[in-house]
Design a protein around this ligand. Structure first.
Ligand code: FEO
Length: 169
């Protein structure tokens, strides 16, 4: 049976991952509105990854004999002034998620649940990768892109991103 405090913390992280999915879905809608199909594709892949992260924790909690308690999902932002502003928000959001995963690992360590620590390590590694990917897109947007032609070039590149279901844990 999983420790109650850890169960609560995992349920909060499930909510945070579903919120992330929702947040990227809102960005997906923004890119649909401004007709940047490659950026929209990037968000589509991202939101599927977030869904997989949420379900990974959901399934793990069941596997450990815990109870999944779904909570209300907060309303995400719906408007941005530019693709650059979107990616600034994505980076800030992923940094926040990293701090949440760190706090979750602290709880797993505090209650001495080594199996959970080992499982959650995957999420920490994933965050390093996510922050790096997002940072690269943002760098390109910041350093290179100051005209529409460049934006379309990045849009083409982001259109090539594909979703590969992650193997979690
Ligand atoms: Fe599931 Fe992007 O953190």
């Amino acid at each position: 049976m999983i420790n109650e405090k850890l169960e609560k913390a995992i349920n909060e992280q499930i909510n945070a991952e579903f919120y992330s999915e929702y947040f990227y879905l809102s960005m997906y809608a923004y890119f649909e509105r401004i007709n940047l199909q490659g950026f929209k594709n990037w968000m589509n892949v991202q939101l599927q990854e977030e869904h997989a992260h949420a379900m990974g924790l959901f399934n793990y909690l069941h596997e450990r004999g815990g109870k999944v308690s779904l909570k209300q999902i907060e309303q995400p932002k719906t408007d941005w002034s530019s693709p650059k502003e979107v990616f600034e928000d994505v980076l800030k959001h992923e940094q926040l998620v990293t701090s949440k995963i760190n706090a979750l690992l602290d709880v797993a360590e505090e209650v001495n649940d080594r199996a959970a620590v080992s499982f959650l390590d995957w999420y920490l590694k994933e965050q390093v990768e996510e922050e790096s990917n997002v940072g690269n897109v943002l760098k390109t947007l910041n350093l290179i892109c100051d005209d529409k032609q460049c934006l379309f070039m990045i849009d083409k590149e982001l259109a090539t991103r594909t979703f590969n279901p992650p193997v979690i844990g």
